[in-house]
Ligand binder design. Structure first.
Ligand code: PGA
Length: 249
């Protein structure tokens, strides 16, 4: 089964509105011929600038987080409806930096994923093991627990609309990329877990994230169960990100 490649730029806490606009203006002509789904994940403050520049192009816009409730006394938080109103189409959920630094729990994610789907936002759910878990042979246990808990409230039909990003924590921002074999093995395992959930697992895009660069993208993306990439550091430069999109075809 052929799945459309999905390449996402996770800017994290980077880029002002002016910088975001400049990035998009450089990127668009470089990726005009791509067949891949290209997704840009700006900070909340630059969402509108990116949305406005990408109208009429194939670029989709994703937020980096959202709250599971529709509204209420949650200072500093943003709801799904607020994102949809801006014409944002997707949202990154459960990034390991949110899990590590901001106390994001699997229980909260079990509410966030259905809330995103209900609002017609495509969730990009991040899962991945720590170095300790990998060294201890616990990778599959961790991935399975995260997937089962975070997707508990999503039925098998809706599951087809979720994008999964496999991001081993030890590879994020470290320059230590997983080998193509490690990425393939984990993404295939994730697909098997989704299949057991009754999902149309062969339709679900599973991305690899962690130190993806123009130089290593093609080899990772050529793995049969790796359908795309979630790119951090290398996605801050429009030329580098365009080169990764090109590697996806
Ligand atoms: P990185 O980040 O490409 O800088 O390793 C990936 C991510 O955190 O999504």
């Amino acid at each position: 089964m052929s799945r459309t490649p999905y390449i996402a730029a996770n800017w994290k806490m980077n880029k002002t509105v002016a910088e975001a606009a400049q990035f998009i203006d450089t990127l668009l002509p470089r990726i005009a011929a791509t067949q891949a789904d290209v997704v840009v994940c700006p900070p909340f403050t630059a969402l509108t600038a990116v949305v406005e520049r990408r109208y009429g192009t194939a670029v989709k816009v994703a937020a980096q987080n959202m709250h599971e409730e529709e509204s209420g006394a949650f200072t500093g938080e943003i709801s799904a409806a607020m994102l949809v109103e801006l014409d944002v189409e997707a949202v990154v959920l459960g990034h390991s930096e949110r899990r590590q630094f901001f106390g994001e729990t699997d229980e909260a994610l079990a509410r966030k994923v259905p809330a995103a789907l209900a609002a017609d936002l495509e969730p990009i759910l991040c899962v991945g093991e720590s170095e300790e878990a990998r060294d201890g042979g616990e990778t599959e246990t961790v991935l399975e627990r995260q997937l089962q808990t975070d997707l508990a409230g999503v039925d098998s039909v809706a599951l087809a609309g979720v994008v999964i990003a496999y991001e081993p924590i030890w590879a994020i921002g470290t320059g230590r990329v997983a080998t193509p074999e490690q990425a393939q093995e984990a993404c295939a395992f994730i697909r098997d877990v989704l299949r057991l959930r009754g999902a149309a697992a062969d339709e679900i895009r599973i991305l690899y994230g962690g130190s993806v660069k123009p130089a290593n993208a093609a080899e990772i993306l050529s793995q049969p169960d790796v359908d795309g990439a979630l790119v951090g550091g290398a996605a801050l430069d429009a030329e580098d990100f365009a080169a990764i999109v090109e590697a996806a075809g």
